[in-house]
Design a protein around this ligand. Sequence first.
Ligand SMILES: Nc1ncnc2c1ncn2[C@@H]1O[C@H](COP(=O)(O)OP(=O)(O)O)[C@@H](O)[C@H]1O
Ligand SMILES: [Mg+2]
Length: 611
Amino acid sequence: MTKEEKVIKRKNKSRRLKLVWSFMRGSKAFFIISIISALISALIDVINPQVISVTVDNVIGTEEADIPAFVTEWINAAGGFGFFKDRLYIVGGIIILLAAIAVVFQYCNRVFNTKGAETLVKTMRDSIFSHIERLPFSWHMKNQTGDIIQRCTSDVDTVKRFLSEQLTSLLRTLIMLVLSIYMMFSMNVKMALIACAFMPVVIIFSVIFNMKVEKQFTVCDENEGILSAMAQENLTGVRVVRAFGRERYEREKFNKQNEKYTGLWIRLHRMFALYWSATDLVVAIQVMFIVIIGAIMCVNGEMTAGKYIAFISYNAMLVWPIRQLGRMISEMSKAGVSLGRIDEIMSAEEEHDKPGAIKPDMNGDIRFEHVTFNYDGCPVILDDIDFEIKVGTTLGILGGTGSGKSTLMYLLNRLYDIPEGNGRITVGGVDIADMNAAWVREHVGMVLQEPFLFSRSIAENIGIAKDDATLLEIRQAARIACLDETIGSFSKGYDTFVGERGVTLSGGQKQRAAIARLVMQKTPIMVFDDSLSAVDTETDSKIRCALKETSAQSTVILISHRITTLMHAEKIIVLDHGKIAEEGTHEELIKLGGIYKKIYDIQSMGAEEAV
Ligand SMILES: Nc1ncnc2c1ncn2[C@@H]1O[C@H](COP(=O)(O)OP(=O)(O)O)[C@@H](O)[C@H]1O
Ligand SMILES: [Mg+2]
């Protein structure tokens, strides 16, 4: 690893910690209570072997007691060691009582830990979701939905599992370690040194192992992301898969990825199995050493029987947790990997306006001033585009697929920003880059080429743009979009569910629903991006007439392949390979005899033949 990589890694780690800390708002108190409970239960667990030791050596045996003065005072007040010797059940009761108290605190530890973890994870999900909602359109275009979903579910779960199952036991283990080491050294330094000698072996082993696991786990997680994305894409694109008979191909592709993923997990678990068995062996050897050496010391009189028993208890408190520590660290590294993947989403920059972004009047002329644009790392798509649309007029845009028509509209809607120095778009003389993005979108209504409808009722889908839309308004909008009749034919009318759980609308019906949605919004600028392509010519002209009436004040941009759709526009531009090839009214363009005329001839010839 180079120096720079190390610095980046360290930075990432501190950023992840900060991220967790920010998610912890609202759950800190739960974690604190849980940690305190863990501390108390650990303390009690450490006291218990002492009670046994004193009982064996001083109550039953006759050794000199070396216990704290206040404890001796208590014992004397109760009637001395002899009193307890006759009533051993009291000692038994004390041991059970201590164990019971420890259990109660362990219970609190678990409950509050879970509460904390669940609260934290809820905050986390909320934060991720609202962050994703605020990320720019370009980010969404670049990332696969399935992979994002995997990060929001599986990765969040991994973090949760660590926080709810491992975090406080990790703390408890550390507390136990410190306390038992302290107790062992205070009882017998030589034996304590022997017991601790094994620690570095187990710890080094764990660290090496965990570094390997972290790498392997990252690979596993990434592959899970790929698998999710694959499944998601196949579900969304089920029609294409069926239509082209690609089921077998897709299944094989999925199986291959699935097999790879399974193999990775098997390898990971083989590593785990090796680790557990190896550390088991080391720990068993250590325990054997302590038992044998302790026994020899007892025989030689270097240690009392009670202390021997207590020491073995402390040793158990030491070695098993150390071995667990490895597991916890590996869970921690897994959670770290997942957190890193979540952090990749969280550190993506949210969309933000320029300081002092304004909300000007949007009823003005629209100007595209020498706009040049390309998508990240792609060739230039729009090259020095320059034109004007007078307020309240209609502009038609004609152009082949891929000529940049939709991109032009994305720019107008601020879905992508024009880089500095590549021209600008103004509305009423104000650069839209200086405006509040939400404001721009509120006033530039768009019917996209492929409209998206939510799995909700038709009424909800149409009324989405207006908070208090009445059914009357919705029906009015649907009528303009020539959809009212169709909806009337559904048995549930406007309450009909769209999509997965309800009717599937045809392409043309979807387009019309999207048009109705825009009509509801009544924006000063309306864009119809090829939105009448899936309706027949007659309906197309009906809708346009109805729209003309309701949107008389709006500036309209019509994008279409159909000359009949565009020909009545006040101005038409013809886009060709990212440049404006022709510009003018229908008559002017026909006279010009260029691309427009050629397309017109082809289309009217087709129409004549059809007649
Ligand atoms: N998000 C994107 N990233 C990269 N290239 C894109 C993206 N969206 C569209 N393109 C490319 O930009 C060009 C213009 O696309 P588009 O504006 O959708 O054309 P049109 O609407 O005229 O058919 C096409 O070549 C397309 O491949
Ligand atoms: Mg398009």
